[in-house]
Design a protein around this ligand. Structure first.
Ligand SMILES: Cc1cc2nc3c(=O)[nH]c(=O)nc-3n(C[C@H](O)[C@H](O)[C@H](O)COP(=O)(O)O)c2cc1C
Length: 181
C-alpha cells in the first residue's frame, strides 16, 4: 500500500501549545502507512508580500515542497481576538497561489470549542483556496485548561479514539479519491 503523507500545520508558536500537542498526538497515533509531518517552521516565513513571491526563501520553499508532496493537510489553530492566528494566516496567504492546494483534503481541528470565530474564518479561507474540507475528520477536542500534553492526549481513551477515528475518516477519503482517479 502506498504511504499516505499528511502535512500538519499548527497556528501556535507556543512551546506548550495545545494545538501543536494535538497534531503531535495524531502523528503518534497514526499507523505506519500514514505519515503525519508537522511543519515546524511557520515562524520563519517572511510576512506575506506578493512582491517576494519569486524570491528564494528556505522556509517558504520547504513549506511549498511539503505541500506538493502531501496527500492531505491537518490544521489546528488558536483563536486570537476572534480571528485566526497571524502565523497561520500568513502561511496560508503564501499558499494561496499554490497549484497543490485546490481539491487538497483538509481537516480542521479545534482545541477550544469556544473558539468559534477563528474556526469559521479558517473554514472560509480554506474554501476560498478551494481546499476540500473533510467534515467527518474536522473535530473539536476540548484541550484548553485540560493540562494534557502530547502523551496525555495519546493515553486519554476518549480523545485518542476520537483522533484515530478522524484520521481513519480522512484517510478513507484519500483512498476513495485515489481509486476514482
Ligand atoms: C492575545 C490572546 C487573545 C486570545 N483571544 C481569544 C479569543 O478571542 N477567543 C478564544 O476563544 N480564545 C482566545 N485566546 C485563548 C487562546 O485561543 C488559547 O489560549 C489557545 O488554547 C491557545 O492555543 P495554543 O495552546 O495552541 O497556543 C486568546 C489568547 C491570547 C494570548
Amino acid at each position: 500500500m502506498k504511504k499516505i503523507r499528511i502535512l500538519a500545520l499548527s497556528g501556535s508558536l507556543r512551546k506548550c501549545s495545545d494545538n501543536t500537542a494535538l497534531l503531535n498526538a495524531i502523528y503518534q497515533l497514526a499507523p505506519e502507512h500514514i505519515e503525519v509531518r508537522l511543519f515546524n517552521h511557520l515562524g520563519e516565513l517572511p510576512l506575506f508580500n506578493p512582491d517576494l513571491e519569486n524570491e528564494p526563501h528556505q522556509a517558504l520553499s520547504a513549506l511549498q515542497q511539503e505541500l506538493s508532496a502531501a496527500d492531505g493537510v491537518f490544521i489546528a489553530s488558536p483563536e486570537y481576538a476572534h480571528g485566526i492566528s497571524g502565523v497561520l494566516k500568513n502561511a496560508l496567504d503564501w499558499l494561496v497561489g499554490s497549484e497543490s492546494f485546490p481539491n487538497m483534503p483538509v481537516a480542521l481541528f479545534n482545541t477550544s470549542p469556544r473558539a468559534s470565530h477563528a474556526q469559521a474564518a479558517l473554514r472560509e479561507v480554506i474554501k476560498t483556496m478551494s481546499g476540500n474540507i473533510i467534515e467527518e475528520a474536522s473535530i473539536s477536542v476540548p484541550l484548553m485548561g485540560s493540562g494534557l500534553n502530547q502523551e496525555g492526549i495519546v493515553s486519554h481513551p476518549e480523545i485518542s479514539a476520537a483522533l484515530s477515528s478522524a484520521l481513519h475518516e480522512f484517510v478513507n477519503v484519500i483512498h476513495q479519491t485515489r481509486m476514482a482517479n
